[in-house]
Design a binder for this molecule. Structure first.
Ligand SMILES: Cc1cc2nc3c(=O)[nH]c(=O)nc-3n(C[C@H](O)[C@H](O)[C@H](O)COP(=O)(O)OP(=O)(O)OC[C@H]3O[C@@H](n4cnc5c(N)ncnc54)[C@H](O)[C@@H]3O)c2cc1C
Length: 438
């Protein structure tokens, strides 16, 4: 260690970024008896953060055992709905609810949730430094030894990098390359104010119950994109995530796409007479397993979005962030036991991730994005459209014989989709199923 690390600005562990990943790492390390500084550029944790809205209880409980009683939760997700939109304004909804897992996930507002999490971390001894932008990492003899902020330099035996999807710090260490458009999705959303009783009436909910609605087809036809609606207490979140590459190639403006979704009667009816409170956009790392960067180096580990840990198929990011933070902090505690902060010791972090659901799931879904992107005109457009047409026939009584209608439907189905396209869709479907079961 060089001389300048022996000064008063030295602590055991510095965590950069107070999102779900950073705060989980910080609180776990503090519980292990270490001095931890959690650095955040925002004026408070959550000030700069946006996401869709759902957090998973399993991860929240692992880090904050008291969260069910004390955390600022908007609504527990009762209804998980999948809505297939069609061009003719119809829609088909698949709704799943299970009375025994009513508290498995919940909607929370990041500005409130992140702030609460950091307050818990402070209670457990973490020193929180808001309004502090980390400009770069200090590297001495090939080891990360601290951070340079706009004001001062601070030193630590280990730095945990939790600065989110763009992670300039992981890039500085050459652990990561620049983001490629195919590996990121642009998330865009509006928050629309409505009274709690209108939300509950429109969605068939009781007070405190919420909905997580995922939207396919309609304006998303032919894109790798998915819409969502989540329920806060007194507002609805309406948004989508769409491949940056698709938006760029198809020259689609995100705001226009959001307007299209809001115009579809399924969405329009839900948000009618609502007041727009907020519009925001943020990138989501969705490159999956193949886009994961090098996760550790001498004196540093990368966690959460900075490490591209998101499962886009199941809309899981916050839980990956929290658990990766916990595993990195546990690795740091082991490093202190052995007084070894080199990559030989910190590689344990990757082993822990490999043994956890995080890398197991990302491996399982390794090819899903590729396949869905290649066949997006089918899975995100043609089939949702056809499912709606089928239900239109099934539910319409208009004096016309059903046999003729179903025959025409079947004829059209094959007319508009060549045999080769159907063949490639079937192969893609089989690949998806076998890839997942492998
Ligand atoms: C539109 C959208 C919808 C989503 N929906 C869901 C969902 O419903 N469920 C779910 O589980 N996940 C969802 N996600 C993903 C989820 O938000 C992320 O996976 C999660 O927030 C990652 O946490 P993190 O702590 O790694 O990063 P972040 O939450 O991005 O936190 C990074 C923190 O680092 C700070 N920071 C950055 N650079 C510096 C610096 N140089 N110095 C100091 N501080 C810095 C930032 O201010 C920020 O507070 C969604 C994301 C988006 C964009």
């Amino acid at each position: 260690m060089s001389e300048n690390t022996e000064n008063q600005n030295k602590t055991d562990i510095i965590v950069v970024g107070a999102g779900p990943a950073g705060v989980s790492a910080a609180i776990t390390a503090a519980r292990g008896g270490k001095k931890v500084v959690l650095v955040e550029r925002g004026s408070f944790a959550g000030a700069k953060n946006m996401y869709g809205g759902v957090i998973y209880s399993h991860a929240a409980k692992e880090i904050f055992p008291n969260f069910l009683e004390e955390a600022p939760i908007e609504r527990f997700v009762k209804n998980h709905s999948f809505v297939l939109l069609s061009d003719d304004n119809s829609s088909t909804t698949i709704n799943y609810q299970n009375p025994s897992n009513q508290k498995d996930s919940f909607v929370a507002i990041r500005a409130k949730w992140d702030k609460w999490c950091v307050e818990q971390a402070e209670k457990e001894g973490v020193y929180f430094a808001p309004n502090t932008l980390v400009k770069e990492l200090i590297v001495d003899n090939g080891k990360v030894v601290g951070i340079k902020t706009d004001i001062e330099e601070y030193y630590a035996d280990i730095v945990i990098i939790a600065d989110g999807v763009n992670s300039l710090l992981a890039k500085q260490l050459k652990l990561r390359n620049d983001l490629k458009p195919k590996n990121v999705v642009l998330g865009v959303k509006e928050v629309i104010k409505l009274s709690p009783d209108i939300i509950e009436k429109r969605l068939g909910l009781l007070p405190n119950q919420g909905s997580a609605i995922e939207i396919l087809g309609g304006p998303f036809a032919g894109m790798f994109a998915l819409g969502f609606i989540y329920t806060n207490k007194d507002s609805l979140v309406v948004g989508f995530g769409a491949s940056l590459e698709d938006l760029k190639n198809k020259k689609i403006k995100p705001y226009d796409l959001l307007e299209e979704i809001k115009k579809h009667p399924f969405v329009a009816n839900l948000i009618e007479n609502g007041e727009l409170l907020e519009y925001s956009a943020h990138l989501i790392p969705e490159g999956g397993y193949d886009s994961i960067p090098t996760l550790y180096t001498n004196g540093a580990m990368v966690i959460g979005d900075a490490a591209m840990l998101v499962n886009n198929v199941h809309f899981e990011g916050t839980n990956f962030a929290m658990i990766s933070g916990k595993l990195a902090a546990e690795t740091a505690l082991d490093a202190f036991e052995n007084n070894d902060f080199s990559s030989n010791q910190l590689c344990l972090y990757k082993k822990k991730l490999l043994n956890s659901f995080i890398l197991k799931d990302l491996k399982t879904y390794k090819d899903v994005v590729k396949i869905l992107t290649q066949r997006s005109s089918s899975f995100m457009g043609y089939y949702p459209q056809k499912i709606n047409e089928f239900f239109n026939i099934f539910t319409t009584a208009d004096g016309q014989p059903k046999k003729t209608k179903f025959r025409n439907f079947a004829k059209n189905f094959f007319k508009k989709r060549s045999l080769s396209e159907l063949f490639y869709d079937a192969i893609a479907g089989i690949k998806l199923i076998f890839g997942i079961l492998k």
